[in-house]
Design a protein around this ligand. Structure first.
Ligand code: HEM
Length: 537
């Protein structure tokens, strides 16, 4: 028998059931026993010894001893906020996702904005990419848009992600530097990674030092799919456009702020929301019909490329407003678990090899970070619709599943949940045709690493260009190895010889001419040089 779902429409109401407020209450143990004295341990006489019997002391200290969980392996430092999202107009021509089809639907969201490299206690003003993760609690389940404040990424294949992160994180012997890109391991890795050329221009630009988390763009980065009720798919790039505009600080300001107030962004977001100046972003989409997949001079599946807005304008289809601070940082901001794989009918994936790896990584890491397979039951992670399946047990299980059986098909109890047809809201993967050989390789359509890096540099104003040159000069100036600095200059020379020579001048070095096939790793030995932007001298 199918149960009629009774969705709790408001995430805040759902969370309210878990909120504890101790104002005016008696103190109790975790078992609810009222405590008479929690300031003195139980002793044999005033001067001790302390008695093992003291269950109040033991409980208090044991809980304290277990308070910490692992920080996120990346994006460890973040700030969260609740809000709402509303679409402006029915988007059913593009997608059957309910929350995008009805302007009357107000979808609760939880957003976490983060730095990538630093640990939980690192400064907000590090020169770094910012994570921009949004969880939509829709009536069809949770949809997570897990993006960044830059539209492209460092690498083209998820198999390189552990290397990238090991290079970005503090050096393994001395755990330095904490939250900056200015170190040998990072630039060593990047200097061998021509595909990072575009991203590194964004990372050395003003985008990497936002004035406020309220004044940043967000990007889904990968090309995703929107699929309508007829099964027609369009490629989509997601954008968040801040209504306050995009603003940055200068590097000198960033360093001064980091010294004076490492919580600068977190405080700004918190205080804006407390004072009613609610941050707002419009959701933008760039839409490409399936038949236009190969009309660009880059590959839509390549996460180091954006679709220039001149070619495909961004349509603004809805608005997100952050209007409530969390009640508890740990319970909400720390325990929230985003995942690119959390989609709803009408939103689907592409074969972007970075996205495909992410689809594995998030749940996997959360299994250890949040202590087992039941983290979806943590209040901040629960969908606002009921959850029914045959998954059972595991550490910290909270749901009390009723019934004699927990499998399907099931002829005994007739209480097992039923699979939903597409017309009843069941998720059906887009039936993309794939006819291919199994091969460990990369498409030639992923080989042009410099055109968009150059495009980005040329799109900048003179002061912005100077900031980029200064940023490279500052960061590479901190690199101890001259070999790494020179290799970086050789790589930058492929993006823009003038940029490379200005940085070289600042560093007191010359730009070496390194032909691309000699750059380790990214270019296969048998590659056709015509696939690359030629070295400019
Ligand atoms: C965390 C974005 C690539 C693995 C995050 C977070 C964001 C993000 C925003 C923070 C989530 C939060 O606030 O809780 C991105 C973007 C990527 C990217 C935009 C590329 C376009 C990857 C790749 C992998 C990966 C390729 C692995 C193959 C992780 C992991 C976490 C994380 C393990 C920690 C999650 C947690 O502990 O909850 N990412 N990421 N990411 N990302 Fe990515």
């Amino acid at each position: 028998k199918k149960e009629t779902p009774k969705p709790i429409s408001d995430k805040a109401t759902q969370l309210e059931q878990h909120v504890a407020d101790s104002t005016g209450q008696y103190m109790t143990t975790d078992q609810g026993l009222k405590i008479n004295d929690d300031q003195n341990s139980l002793k044999a006489g005033e001067r001790g010894a302390t008695l093992l019997e003291d269950f109040i002391l033991r409980e208090k200290i044991t809980h304290f001893d277990h308070e910490r969980i692992p920080e996120r392996v990346v994006h460890a430092r973040g700030s969260g906020a609740h809000g709402i999202f509303k679409v402006y107009e029915d988007q059913s021509a593009l997608t059957k996702a309910h929350f995008l089809c009805n302007p009357d639907i107000e979808t609760p969201v939880f957003v976490r904005i983060s730095t990538v490299a630093g640990s939980r206690g690192s400064t907000d003003l590090a020169r770094d990419v910012r994570g921009f993760a949004v969880k939509f609690y829709t009536q069809e389940g949770n949809f997570d848009l897990v993006g960044n404040n830059m539209p492209v990424f460092f690498i083209q294949d998820a198999i390189k992600f552990p290397d990238l992160v090991h290079a970005v994180k503090p050096e393994p012997d001395n755990e330095m530097p904490q939250a900056a890109s200015a170190h040998d391991t990072f630039w060593d890795f990047i200097s061998f990674m021509p595909e990072a050329s575009h991203m590194i221009m964004w990372q050395m630009s003003d985008r990497a030092i936002p004035r406020s988390l309220r004044m940043m763009e967000g990007f889904g980065v990968h090309t995703f799919r929107l699929v309508n009720a007829e099964g027609v798919s369009h490629f989509v790039k997601f954008h968040w456009k801040p209504l306050l505009g995009v603003h940055s600080v200068a590097w000198d300001e960033a360093q001064a702020i980091s010294g004076k107030d490492p919580d600068f962004h977190r405080r700004d977001l918190w205080e804006a929301i407390e004072s009613g100046a609610f941050p707002e972003w419009e959701l933008g989409v760039q839409i490409v019909p399936e038949e236009d997949e190969f009309k660009f001079d880059f590959d839509l599946l390549d996460p180091t490329k954006l679709i220039p807005e001149e070619l495909v304008p961004v349509q603004r289809i809805g608005k997100m407003t952050l209007n409530r601070n969390p009640d508890n940082f740990f319970a909400e901001t720390e325990q929230v678990a985003f995942h690119v794989g959390h989609v709803v009918p009408g939103i689907d994936f592409t074969n972007d090899p970075l996205l495909q790896g992410r689809l594995f990584s998030y749940t996997d890491t959360q299994l250890i970070r949040l202590g087992g397979p039941n983290f979806h039951e943590i209040p901040i992670n629960r969908p606002v619709v009921p959850v029914h399946n045959n998954q059972r047990d595991g550490f910290m299980r909270q749901t009390i599943n009723r019934g004699k059986t927990s499998y399907g098909p099931n002829g005994i109890a007739n209480n097992d949940p039923q699979q939903a047809k597409a017309k009843d809201g069941g998720f059906v993967s887009y039936n993309e045709r794939i006819d291919a050989r199994k091969i460990r390789a990369r498409s030639r359509s992923f080989f042009d690493h410099f055109s968009q890096a150059k495009l980005f540099f040329n799109s900048q104003s003179e002061p912005e260009k100077n900031h980029i040159i200064d940023a490279f000069s500052f960061e590479l100036g901190k690199v101890k190895s001259v070999e790494i600095r020179e290799r970086m200059l050789g790589l930058l020379n492929h993006t823009d010889p003038k940029l490379a020579s200005e940085i070289a001048f600042a560093l007191g070095l010359h730009v070496p001419k390194i032909p691309l096939p000699e750059m380790n790793g990214s270019v296969p030995a048998d590659a056709d040089p015509a696939d690359y932007t030629p070295v400019q001298t």
